[in-house]
Ligand binder design. Sequence first.
Ligand SMILES: C[S@@+](CC[C@H](N)C(=O)[O-])C[C@H]1O[C@@H](n2cnc3c(N)ncnc32)[C@H](O)[C@@H]1O
Ligand code: SF4
Length: 473
Amino acid sequence: MTDLSTLPAARRYLETHLSVRQVNKVLHSFPSPRFWKDRAHAPPDVRPPGTDAPTCELYVALPFCLVTQPSHCGYCLFPTEGYVSQDQLDVYLTALEREGEHYRERWQHLQPRSIFIGGGTPNLLKVGQYPRLLGMIRSLLPSLPPGTPITLEGIPQLFSRDKLLAMKEQGVTRISMGAQQLDQGLSRLSGRTQTPRHVFQAVQWAAELGLGCNVDLIYGWPQQTLDHMRRDLQDLMASGVEHITHYELNVGGATDFALNHRDELPSPERVREMYHGAVSLLAAGGYAQLTPYDFQRVEAGTQTGFVYEECRRSFDAHDVWAWGYAAISDFPDHHRSPDAGGWTFMNARTLPGYYGALEQGRLPVECGYARSPADLRLSLLFRNLQSLSVDRASYLRNFGRDVLDEFAPIWRACEELGLLSIGSEAIRLTAEGAYRVPLIQTALMQGRVEEITEAHFAQLRALSRSQPGRAAP
Ligand SMILES: C[S@@+](CC[C@H](N)C(=O)[O-])C[C@H]1O[C@@H](n2cnc3c(N)ncnc32)[C@H](O)[C@@H]1O
Ligand code: SF4
């Protein structure tokens, strides 16, 4: 077991990891879905009527993406399916409808604070398919208040004006567009065919139509220099876009970037410089930093503009209902008792798995995980850390304990290394600490990950003893 129980041990651990390229393992979930083994439960079992968290959101997934060479845009680790023809979308919408019927009664009174239609590439849908998708959502959620924020994600070249108009007419309030790189040479490494004109044109149309707009960029990309990054940010800020998401590239899996472009990646020190350079540039351009990667244009007379749900990072209990292929739902239970855990589920990550379950009349849940109270606290702590500080009072209110006591050597070691400052109300990240959030998270979860990993292998060993033909792990 890695020992992080004393200040010197925690400090040593952090110091040895400072020079290594970081991986944002917990952007979406803790623990990792590879440990989710439960096949017996589904969302309605664990979230019966009357047990809802005070607030919730809805995530709707569309799995298809344009096929690129290299595949999966060269870097993407999200589960997706290659788009071949529009029929696929019709078939999928029919399956989605079928899944939705399982929730009709349950969602009768549900009032999500926001809805995110993500993927994949939801703007592959044609103009005539938005009424179908949004109509389905409205039909299943008859209590949805008018004007509820609804975001739809996609790629630049598929946001035509007609589509944006159709989205707007159907109640979509914002688009989120993955640009990743504006430089054509760098963009082509991913096999994507968009041009900067597509990006700026869509930003302009969205503004004309009164739709909110976010653009995703990635830094730390193969062959990318500080100048490339600065040019992209400057051009994007000049477009007036209200929100910029600036992700550090995660390099992993059997992606083309991991296998064939590792040598062309900027060094860890250069990536760190990029982060700090971007934060300064965005601040100077009037964008407030909400998380290590979210930047929101400051509206006159306010600290920021409207803050979208996905940028909120409170410890308060909040349900996520997920609908569609590979969608992940989340049901914390600490509003019922401070010592409660919670559940998380993932839907099938293959089309045959997703369609097959629905044809059998089942919910397409692939696996679930019952979070222990400690897992739940960690997963919410990771989210809260992304707000650039940890709210000690809120942690105490929600869990009946002081977050400082729970991980004292790690917080103190981080403080010694200049990553944060510890105050009576909050643990505040420094500028460097904000960049190091993935490392701080890795240190905080280390003990629990080792426990879960050990339990996982013990289970596999027991299985191989009971089934001697199976290879031991
Ligand atoms: C699930 S994708 C969907 C958006 C859309 N399909 C697109 O590619 O523009 C959402 C965002 O995740 C980010 N992303 C995907 N893979 C990533 C990686 N390996 N490292 C960092 N960000 C990544 C990209 O910025 C992308 O826009
Ligand atoms: S980056 Fe977007 S378009 Fe590319 S494979 Fe991932 S989800 Fe699909």
